[in-house]
Design a protein around this ligand. Sequence first.
Ligand code: FDA
Ligand code: NAD
Length: 426
Amino acid sequence: MGRAFVYVILGGGVAAGYAALEFTNKGVSNGELCIISEEPVAPYERPALSKGFLLPEAPARLPAFHTCVGANEERLTPKWYKEHGIELILGTRVKSADVRRKTLLTAAGETISYKYLIIATGARALRLEEFGVSGSDAPNVCYLRDLADATRLVDVIQTSTGGNAVVIGGGYIGMECAASLVINKINVSMVFPEPHCMGRLFTPKIANYYEEFYKTKGVNFVKGTVLSSFVFDPEGKVTGVNLKDGTYLPADLVVVGIGIRPNTSLFEGQLTLEKGGIKVNSQLQTSNSSVYAVGDVASFPVKIFGETRRLEHVDAARKSARHAVAAIMEPDKTTDFDYLPFFYSRVFSLSWQFYGDNLGEVVYFGDFSGTSFGAYWVHKGQLVGSFLEGGSKEEYEAIAKVTRLKPVIEDLSELERQGLDFVVAL
Ligand code: FDA
Ligand code: NAD
């Protein structure tokens, strides 16, 4: 049994939704395109899962956050796909791929063939077992990658009001979930091995601002240590966690956010990998010319830095997906993918954006005891990265625009003196 399509998108996440929109913009015909997704729902804006989805009042629920609402584009509901002749093959895991034969085999035993394949399989959450700790399957230990995880987390939150949560990991999931748990009136302890939160991006000074803010909301930080074991009740529910430094923390709920691994396994040995992802060129094309890779799973050349990177953020997923479709449909008109990395987060009343690279010397500006401040990174005499908390739309646009220009910085103290005026003036 089998079906044949001209274009197949493997994976039904953020990148898949934006790719579908671009396919329709470029004029795909009825029945030419399908999306195969393990998830039972049409592509949605994954960032909502750690934010609006977890709110106690008026939480976000599908269909409200199907792609492409995140970029104020059309909202692609299942009806939209039907109207545009795009086949959604949902609740279907692809278990093997043969790029030479141009076929995918689903867990249900169907062979799906393609002329062009876009790999948009994203990533999976790392599990504690991979760090030698068991207990991930306990009913109140929660991960957060997809809608099923988020639905389960909401159920556990609802039975934990007034109780204690332990958040393992001080990255994006840890920070955003900790804020959501506080809003749900749960006491939160955050545990992570680094000396400060958001170690991959924040400097100690920036991290300190957020940690102090979280402390005013009652969050307890336990830094420089990791989980060593869970304590269970007779039903197998976690009641507490033991940390390597000897601390014991009681827990009604545990959220784990300790990083991800890109879903590359179907293609290992068939396509070239780099930096943990599927290596693509500036057209998002893999080492096989019929296969493209986008989003979290793709390692692509970031032209402005002159090196290959794999990014785990929604803006990169949206833009790489659209670019790959343009490259497939209009190869002669499509220039190189020239992407400026953009990361952001929103928690409590706070909101920050970052553009570029966090490399080199750091120059701070603004009021770190107030509500708006920022930082520039200067590497080899050029401004390469900008961070801003509490900015206006125009200010965020200005830091993005100037970071892309990589202006030469001769005098760091002059940059510090000018602060945000530096980008506004340029
Ligand atoms: P994505 O993970 O979205 O989709 C992959 C899809 O492929 C899934 O549907 C999966 O089921 C499917 N799949 C995988 N293997 C398959 C197989 N073998 N067969 C069939 N289907 C398969 N970023 C940001 O910039 N700002 C933010 O605020 C947030 N917030 C945020 C919150 C939460 C809770 C998460 C988990 C992540 C974020 N992110 C984020 C990151 C952002 O969501 C992420 O970068 C994008 O979702 C990546 O999009 P992709 O389409 O590449 O993968
Ligand atoms: P992350 O890489 O942001 O953070 C992982 C954290 O895990 C590290 O900061 C570290 O503190 C911690 N850690 C590592 N090993 C540990 C261990 N053994 N014990 C305890 N802690 C350990 O990953 P994440 O927070 O899990 O996020 C998952 C993915 O979701 C990422 O790709 C992220 O970009 C994405 N995401 C992004 C946003 C956003 O951009 N606003 C929001 C949510 C999720």
